[in-house]
Design a protein around this ligand. Structure first.
Ligand code: FAD
Length: 415
């Protein structure tokens, strides 16, 4: 059992540091994920709120909020700092013979949640998925690598939520097809908001190049890392309670690295013990029907900070290859094909970290709006239980949490 607990704490990609953020939610079959009754969807929706809304950020939560506003017939615009949509959901299609998720990769729930997130009936999603239950797992403790016995893995999966991955597609494809395509015409790219003035009846937003936008309501979906970094200044300043609620949430730096090899000399997963955050090396092609051999490294918290000290991505790759050589008798450098992708979410100005992971100390002030004018949405703010969920575990800090929070915030505005 003790061993199993250890495995749990090491299996990075299973997000096991988040048990307190799981919430089973009530089932209400008359309501769908975006909170509409069937009657509302069939007939014309009448809302008291008839103003305009600006959404800051075209990640999963901003796009979900936009889709709901579109359905509700409310006027909205999305202002996105970068030149692309998706936020922490991005993909690379050139590196291997399967598309690679550069940010979010796993579906941390049963695959049927995909239908729920887009208000489709039935349990079988309209996209191929693979059950993610790798059995060949090795663990590094004190620089020694050991195989986890099969039975321990079987027991482990029996006691944990189901997890899936997309087989031929990515999270990016999912949000692009199901959210972005119906709202993309309303996205303004390269619009980096630097100030939010909510002193008047309308909220005034100013971009880096001085362009002003005004809205009755603003939905702010930027990450906790961006909020803490003061990229955006508020007038009046954020209330003390909000600032301390933001400080209480864990939001760690980190990166993903993918390296290509000529042979598969490694197991499905190599998990590492870390004092904070995650470090996992995994077969990125697991279940993908790929001819390529791609190893992923997901590193957050202390392990990421240690890698950052090496100075650049080439040095990080050298160090990881050397580390693998130590565990696999030099096979890493013998098989390394010399190409890698490095996506550093900790250093991106408009992300400044990976995902929210520790809510133990967070208070209810986290979700409070600013004077009912500026509302917060995103992976961090999914308010379990306010909206009717089905029997899903909604892990905060996940794509599903971001999407559901986008729906919830629109409900809040329309109430
Ligand atoms: C490495 C990594 C691995 C992950 N793995 C998984 C996983 O396997 N499964 C899972 O479910 N989740 C995973 N996650 C978490 C998941 O990606 C996020 O929870 C989710 O994508 C967050 O969506 P969001 O809309 O809340 O925020 P974001 O995606 O961060 O969207 C916010 C948007 O706001 C924009 N923005 C920021 N500042 C400004 C500004 N000043 N002005 C205008 N726009 C601005 C940003 O550019 C961005 O597009 C992972 C995340 C990372 C980084």
């Amino acid at each position: 059992m003790k061993r199993l607990m250890k495995i749990k704490s090491l299996l990075t990609l299973l997000f096991l540091v988040l048990p307190f953020s799981f919430m089973a939610c009530n089932k209400d079959e008359n309501l769908n994920a975006s909170g509409n009754t069937e009657n509302e969807l069939q007939g014309k929706i009448e809302n008291e709120f008839q103003g305009n809304v600006i959404i800051i950020g075209a990640g999963a939560s901003g796009l979900a909020a936009a889709k709901k506003l579109e359905e509700e017939g409310i006027s909205y615009q999305i202002l996105e700092a970068t030149d692309k949509l998706g936020g922490r959901i991005q993909k690379n299609e050139n590196f291997a013979d399967f598309p690679i998720d550069l940010g979010a990769e796993w579906i941390h729930e049963d695959k049927s949640i995909l239908n729920y997130l887009i208000n489709q009936p039935g349990n079988e999603p309209n996209v191929e998925t693979i059950s993610y239950q790798p059995m060949n797992v090795q663990q590094v403790v004190d620089d020694l690598i050991v195989q986890i016995p099969n039975q321990e893995m079987v027991d482990y999966y029996a006691g944990y939520i189901k997890e899936y991955k997309f087989k031929r597609t990515t999270w990016y494809d999912f949000i692009n097809e199901n959210f972005a395509q119906s709202v993309e015409q309303n996205i303004i790219y390269n619009a980096r908001i630097t100030t939010i003035n909510y002193t008047g009846s309308q909220v005034v937003l100013t971009t880096e190049n001085g362009t002003e936008y005004q809205a009755d309501k603003v939905i702010l979906t930027v990450s906790i890392g961006v909020l803490r970094s003061n990229v955006i200044s508020f007038n009046p300043p954020l209330p003390e309670k909000k600032i301390s609620a933001l400080q209480d949430v864990e939001f760690l730096p980190g990166f993903k690295l993918f390296m290509k090899f000529s042979d598969k000399f490694y197991p499905d997963v190599i998990s590492f013990e870390t004092r904070s955050g995650e470090k996992t090396i995994y077969d990125a092609a697991y279940g993908k029907e790929s001819q390529d051999h791609v190893l992923g490294l997901l590193s957050t918290g202390i392990s990421a900070q240690e890698y950052y000290l090496l100075g650049n991505s080439d040095a990080i790759v050298d160090s990881v290859i050397q580390e693998l050589d130590g565990y696999f008798d030099g096979l890493a450098s013998q098989n390394y094909l010399g190409s890698y992708i490095y996506e550093d979410w900790g250093q991106h100005t408009y992300t400044q970290g990976t995902w929210t992971s520790d809510f133990e100390k967070s208070s209810k002030n986290l979700n409070d709006s600013l004077d009912d004018k500026v509302y917060f949405a995103g992976e961090t703010y999914n308010a379990h239980g306010i909206a009717p969920f089905q029997e899903f575990y909604i892990i905060r800090g996940s794509v599903q949490s971001a999407i559901l929070s986008g729906y919830e915030v629109v409900d809040q505005i329309l109430e």
